[in-house]
Design a protein around this ligand. Structure first.
Ligand code: NAD
Length: 490
């Protein structure tokens, strides 16, 4: 069934409105190359309107009880659930990701995000500390207007991951999705009034990063910014936030190692390890910030593990996102495809040897419907120094390097040897080894014999150039509130 063109508008103060300038940006289906909709190319005047609406709604929304705020949130989750198939189809079409993934991960998780924070705020009690002479209570007071800015890779998933804790904590929101994949955020906006949110509480503003995004993060009435995206953008947001001391949470890029010890490649372990590493490297075409992009393999296992991994990567089915058998869909855009192809060219110029993939998929290898798409073959490279650019810079595509190591110390040094520090996975049957390695890895999350297993209560985020602050559970709720301590004498 053909998808009708989606003409999005900004959602401000409970109403859909065209941008002040009237200018629009086309939204592309990257698997087919077709235009699938348009969004406002918002300018500072639009941002002013959205922030003013959020500021006006803040005293009322923040004064509600947690249960009163949770009610429209649960209703919103119900509405996404009711229309989950529509959301999944638009998410898949706008990103190029397999429809099966959009259903099972993106939309399922968006629903959980909203429900989780609606429930979490209800259990978020005032803390009390008592000693011989006094009783101190910590009240958490919502900060004000929150700017929520999300990237293109997991659109509704990360959009809701930001707005849900902000709303639950009592902030009002101006949220800007990526201009590359904005359409499910627009669909969410279409359900905000039906969910029962008072006007102005959740405003959804579209536009480009350097114009709309930049105006939002530097707006004087914005109290805090939660951002997920690239490290360079994170730096410019931190600078924009500094003059007025806005609170900032930054979830940025990574160069995540998967560390494979020899005992994870023995005949009885090999398949389970391969399953995990293939998933951690190629899920969502490698466009998950936590994807493994450096696969560190203990030398003793190199000759067994590498050919088996290459065979698995070659067996992945690249194709139409609507085909249920597709493992790897389209990259998010032709522009991003060119970036990934350029990164592989750089790797080869640095001495890298391509073990599989290494190139875009030609039109003749693709089903007719998606011949104009941005498809890139799952790619594994070897023979690259851990310090070369390929092993230092984020590629954010279906591309990983294979790097040998000798022992635990060697693995830790290579794993920590970038300016990123987002996540890692460690593959071993030796729990002592896992504990020792985990204790020395400089990153926010380490998965042992697993990847992307998520409990929404736990903090997630990065060290160094991978970010500032943590999302998830109480960390997220606390980000959006100012602790105020009230002390009484006994
Ligand atoms: P991006 O930084 O280009 O854009 C992200 C968002 O920021 C978009 O909405 C964009 O419009 C906006 N933006 C751009 N410039 C801005 C500015 N100057 N001021 C305010 N807003 C601005 O990132 P992207 O290309 O959309 O996403 C890919 C990146 O996101 C990768 O680096 C990836 O690692 C990262 N990412 C990180 C996490 C995490 O949890 N750490 C999760 C997903 C993606």
């Amino acid at each position: 069934m053909e998808q009708a063109l989606i003409s999005a508008r900004n959602f401000i103060d409970g109403t859909f409105c065209a941008p002040h300038s009237g200018a629009m940006i086309d939204v592309i289906n990257p698997a087919t190359g077709e235009v699938m909709g348009a969004i406002p190319d918002s300018a500072p005047a639009d941002i002013d309107r959205a922030v003013a609406a959020a500021a006006k709604a803040f005293p009322m929304w923040s004064a509600l009880t947690p249960a009163q705020r949770a009610a429209p949130m649960h209703k919103l989750a119900d509405l996404i659930q009711r229309d989950a198939e529509d959301f999944a189809r638009v998410e898949s079409a706008n990103t190029g990701k397999p429809l099966s993934l959009a259903r099972s991960v993106d939309i399922a998780r968006a629903i959980s995000n909203v429900r989780f924070f609606a429930d979490a705020i209800a259990h978020n009690d005032t803390e009390t500390f008592e000693n011989e002479t006094s009783i101190s209570k910590i009240h958490r007071r919502a900060l004000g207007v929150a700017a929520c800015i999300s990237p293109w890779n997991l659109p509704l998933y990360l959009f809701t991951w930001k707005i849900a804790p902000a709303l639950a904590a009592g902030c009002t929101v101006v949220a800007k999705p990526s201009e590359v994949t904005p359409l499910t955020a627009h669909m969410l906006g279409e359900r905000v009034t039906e969910a029962g949110f008072p006007t102005g509480v959740l405003n959804i503003l579209h536009g480009r990063g350097h114009t709309a995004g930049a105006a939002l993060v530097s707006h004087p009435q914005v109290s805090c910014i939660t951002f997920t995206g690239g490290t360079v953008t994170g730096q410019s947001i931190a600078l924009a936030a500094a003059p007025t001391f806005k609170r900032v949470a930054l979830e940025l890029g990574g160069k995540n190692p998967a560390i494979i010890f020899a005992d994870a490649a023995t005949p009885d372990q090999l398949n389970a390890t391969l399953d995990g590493v293939i998933k951690s490297t190629f899920t969502n075409q490698g466009q998950v910030c936590h994807c493994s992009s450096r696969i560190l393999i203990q030398r003793a296992a190199w000759n067994t593990f590498v050919p088996a991994l290459v065979k698995r990567a070659q067996a992945l089915r690249v194709g139409d996102p609507l085909d249920a058998t597709t493992d790897i869909g389209s990259l998010v855009s032709q522009q991003h495809l060119n970036k990934v192809a350029g990164a592989v060219e750089l790797a080869v110029s640095e001495g890298g040897r391509i073990l599989c993939g290494g190139a875009r998929i030609s039109a003749s290898q693709l089903p007719e419907r998606v011949r104009a798409g941005a498809f890139f073959a799952p790619t594994l490279l070897e023979n690259l120094s851990p310090t070369c650019r390929t092993n230092q810079e984020e590629i954010f595509g279906p591309v990983a390097t294979l790097i040998p190591f000798n022992d635990e110390a060697d693995a830790i040094a290579i794993a920590n040897g970038t300016h990123f520090g987002l996540s890692a996975s460690v593959w071993t049957t030796d729990s002592g080894c896992a504990e020792r390695v985990v204790a020395q890895l400089d990153c926010g999350t380490v998965w042992i014999n697993s990847w992307m297993v998520r409990d929404l209560r736990v903090p997630i985020g990065g060290m160094r150039s991978s970010g500032l602050g943590r999302e998830g559970g109480n960390e997220a709720l606390r980000f959006f509130a100012e602790p105020v301590t009230v002390v009484r004498m006994k």
